[in-house]
Structures are given as structure tokens and as C-alpha cells.
Design a protein around this ligand. Sequence first.
Ligand SMILES: NC(=O)c1ccc[n+]([C@@H]2O[C@H](COP(=O)([O-])OP(=O)(O)OC[C@H]3O[C@@H](n4cnc5c(N)ncnc54)[C@H](OP(=O)(O)O)[C@@H]3O)[C@@H](O)[C@H]2O)c1
Length: 237
Amino acid sequence: MAMDQINGKVCVTGASGYLASWLVKRLLLAGYHVTGTVRDPGNERKLAHLWRLEGAKERLQIVRANLMDEGSFDDAINGCQGVFHTASPLMIFALIYLFLRNYVLRKKIWYALSKILAEKAAWEFCGHNGIDLIHSTSFLDILDLCHLDLFLMDPMFLASTSACHILFMEHQKVHGRYLCISTVVDNNELVSCYQQRYPLLPIPESYCEQNRAYYEFKHVKVDSLLGFKFKSIEEDV
Ligand SMILES: NC(=O)c1ccc[n+]([C@@H]2O[C@H](COP(=O)([O-])OP(=O)(O)OC[C@H]3O[C@@H](n4cnc5c(N)ncnc54)[C@H](OP(=O)(O)O)[C@@H]3O)[C@@H](O)[C@H]2O)c1
């Protein structure tokens, strides 16, 4: 990206969401003009945290768009130098796959299948329409594929993940698929980090030990190409 494009306009779809909110926060801090899409811009309670972000009043715009309405994202995306597509009707797709796919039901990997199919469709669409797609796979997607039963829904990693996503957009040489995972931890490690960091929260004491295979993921592409260094668990929790 040329320097004069920095602080340009970007779009974050599903801006009210968990991952998206972190992206909006970091993009605003980096000086970008952010167009966030949500299905109901009038829902003050759901959007209050976004409007409290630094820079939001000056550089955040929230607009309506729904994945179920063909073309409803066109205006939000037009003129943007990057689009962070996080909007995802997770529950709807989950139910569709649960009802339609015996295999998925049997194996309980509906989430992983929905991700694979969505990515496949995205590559086809972007290929046909000359869109430069960068796909980032993060921990939850991988864990489902590996049938791991780890507890990782947390603010942890999101600081690193959102920073990494922004680098993907800014870096000229980034194309293709990336693993955006710093480390694999088990439930007990994670719980202990949370207990130390947030002693007043009612966090479970411990989880049962499970006899599972050990996995490591290499994020060498992110390291070597972007020079990105993930934070440690303790720093990122
Ligand atoms: N959270 C994680 O730990 C994690 C880990 C790995 C990957 N991911 C992936 O990252 C993406 C975002 O996850 P998340 O946890 O941030 O999800 P989330 O909090 O549920 O956010 C998703 C957003 O999508 C929007 N949305 C839902 N249905 C929509 C529709 N029909 N049209 C337009 N927007 C719609 C919702 O916004 P409105 O209701 O305001 O419209 C919602 O805030 C998902 O693809 C998820 O699988 C998440």
C-alpha cells in the first residue's frame, strides 16, 4: 500500500461482532476511516461500545447491510482500500448443516464444514471478480478441524489477531491463505491465565484433563513475511 493511501477508507462487515469490534478499534486508532456494516444501525445498545471508541465520532460510519440481501454491501464497500469480512450468520448456517448433512451431524463438525464451504465460495467469487482475497484462519477454525475440545472463546488472541489482519491489508506482498494462530493452550492453562488476570471474575477452578493429541501450528508465513510477532498468552489475555 502506498503511503498516501494510509488512513484511507476501509470496511468492516458485521462491525458489532466480537472480532470485528477489535478490528474497528484498531483501525480507528491507526487513523483509518471505517465503514462498519450491521443489520440494524438503530440498535443503540448493540452499537454503544463502538461509538465509545477513540476516533469513532470523527471517522466511524455505521451502515445497514445483510448477507441475505443481494447487493446490500455494495455501497459500504465501494471506494474502500480494504474490506474485513467478518459478518457471519453462524447460527443460521449451523442449523442448516445440522439438518441437511448427516455426516456433519455424525461428526459434529458443522462449523468446520461451513468454514470450508464459505472459503471455497469466496475464492471462486473473488477469482471471477478480480478481488484480491486474503484468507486468515484462526484458532477456532483449526480446532474444529482437529476435533480438539479446547476452550478458546476469549479476548485472548484478539488483540494479536486484529493487528495481524490489518497488516494483511497493508502489506503489498500478502496474498493467499494464512494461519493466524500464536499458540495452542489447553483449558487449564487458559483458565489459570484468566484467574490471574481477572481475579474477581467467577472463572471455573479447573477443567478435566483430557487425553488428547498434542498440536502445534506454524505461523512462519506471518512471521517471515510481515515480521509479525504474536504476543504471549499472558500479554494477550
Ligand atoms: N470469535 C472467535 O473466537 C472466532 C475465532 C475464529 C474465527 N471466527 C470467525 O470470525 C467471524 C466473526 O466471528 P465473531 O465471533 O466475531 O462473530 P459475532 O460476534 O457473532 O459477529 C458476527 C456479526 O455478523 C453479523 N451478522 C450476522 N448475521 C448477519 C447477516 N445475515 N448479515 C450481515 N451481518 C450479519 C452480526 O452483526 P449484526 O447482528 O449487528 O448485524 C454479528 O455481530 C466468524 O466467521 C467466525 O466464525 C471467530
